[in-house]
Design a protein around this ligand. Structure first.
Ligand SMILES: NC(=O)c1ccc[n+]([C@@H]2O[C@H](COP(=O)([O-])OP(=O)(O)OC[C@H]3O[C@@H](n4cnc5c(N)ncnc54)[C@H](OP(=O)(O)O)[C@@H]3O)[C@@H](O)[C@H]2O)c1
Length: 335
């Protein structure tokens, strides 16, 4: 019997993302125990996709590249032990690491990464939710133990993960400072709820943070940028601050200085989007669901592209990394 086929965007070589991706016909993934075959309805397109197509992403050391890390779709077939039934509308990870990325009609989704879509979220809003809102709550609440009234500094506030962190930090009762390097991104950060937006490389940035906090400094840093931004952020810390390492959009990881941490009494904490245990997962999902119901968080979708428009979507995302870029698929049937 002929194996079923489908369409998937992929690249045979590293290079300019918009130039190297091609829409190919490939076999539908065969899923094993603990995985599901998911019919994709929407795929998120984010910085890691650009990085992996350029050859800058450690988890994809060699071509071919199949971008698309997070999808929303419907469980079509569930392998043994997959935790959700056929027909569930799920959000979760795709196996880009083994050549089965989510910019495709179907993808394999591991059970540990799959969540039923929360009530009230459209496909477009749900598709980046794990890699942006889950990680924001895990970092700010579980890792940094953020308290209402504390000051949070979000590095890369306009980005997909940064904008979610602004919203979640506000919902947790914090005062939020965000960084942005253009006026348009500064306005975007303000629209997400930031109380102050600074360009950390500008000479007056530390003074503005000092004025906002009456000289106290920031209690928590949410670092999605790394490099020089991390170094600049550690100059404005309050005593007992917690610095969350979330990502390195600058291309250069943060380089914590152990002596500085000791002498100035702050902690640096790695932050992942996956839960350490079931209790943590339940707590985060309930908290985010309550924030959604109360209208405290609202995933900011800034661009929606049809499935055949992926090269243009990649080019646009490389130009403007604000909020969430989504690729929407038309319904398909296995052929
Ligand atoms: N830990 C986790 O589980 C987790 C989950 C999701 C993402 N991440 C990581 O978090 C990082 C950010 O991802 P994202 O999807 O939020 O990215 P994004 O949407 O592209 O946003 C990144 C932001 O960083 C700022 N930035 C500063 N310097 C930059 C530079 N040299 N190049 C590009 N952007 C720069 C940009 O704002 P300005 O231009 O205004 O500075 C941009 O808006 C990535 O490293 C990603 O892998 C980690």
């Amino acid at each position: 019997m002929k194996a079923p086929v489908m369409k998937r965007w992929q690249a045979a070589e590293f290079g300019d993302p918009a130039q190297v991706v091609r829409l190919e016909e490939v076999p539908v993934p065969v899923v094993g125990a603990g995985e599901a075959l998911v019919r994709v309805r929407a795929a998120s397109l984010a910085l890691p996709d650009l990085m992996m197509l350029r050859g800058e992403y450690p988890m994809v050391p060699a071509p071919p590249v199949t971008p698309g890390q997070e999808v929303v779709g419907v469980v079509e077939k569930a392998g043994d032990g997959f935790p959700l039934p056929v027909g569930t509308r799920v959000v979760g990870g795709a196996r880009f690491d083994i050549g089965a990325g989510g910019l495709a009609e179907y993808t394999a989704m591991p059970g540990w990464s799959a969540f039923p879509v929360m009530e009230g979220l459209s496909d477009e809003q749900a598709v980046g939710f794990v890699g942006s809102f889950h990680v924001a709550h895990i970092g700010l609440h579980h890792r940094a133990r953020l308290r209402a009234g504390e000051v949070v500094l979000v590095l890369g506030g306009a980005g997909r993960t940064g904008s979610a962190a602004i919203q979640v930090a506000k919902a947790l009762g914090a005062t939020v400072v965000a960084t942005a390097r253009t006026a348009a991104k500064a306005r975007f950060c303000e629209a997400q709820g930031a109380d102050l937006v600074v360009d950390l490389s500008a000479p007056d940035a530390a003074g503005a943070i000092d004025a906002l906090t009456d000289g106290h400094g920031v209690d928590v840093v949410y670092d999605t940028v790394g490099g020089e931004a991390y170094a600049a952020a550690t100059a404005v810390l309050a005593r007992g601050a917690r610095v969350l390492l979330v990502g390195f959009a600058s291309g250069t990881p943060a380089r914590p200085d152990a002596q500085d941490m000791l002498m100035r009494d702050y902690a640096v904490i790695g932050t992942l989007s996956s839960f350490r245990d079931d209790d943590e997962g339940t707590d985060t999902l309930e908290a985010l669901s309550a924030m959604l119901s109360a209208g405290q968080i609202d995933p900011p979708v800034t661009a929606v592209h049809p499935f055949d428009d992926v090269p243009a979507a990649l080019a646009r995302r490389a130009e403007d990394a604000s909020g969430q870029t989504v690729v929407l698929l038309a319904p398909t049937a296995l052929t």
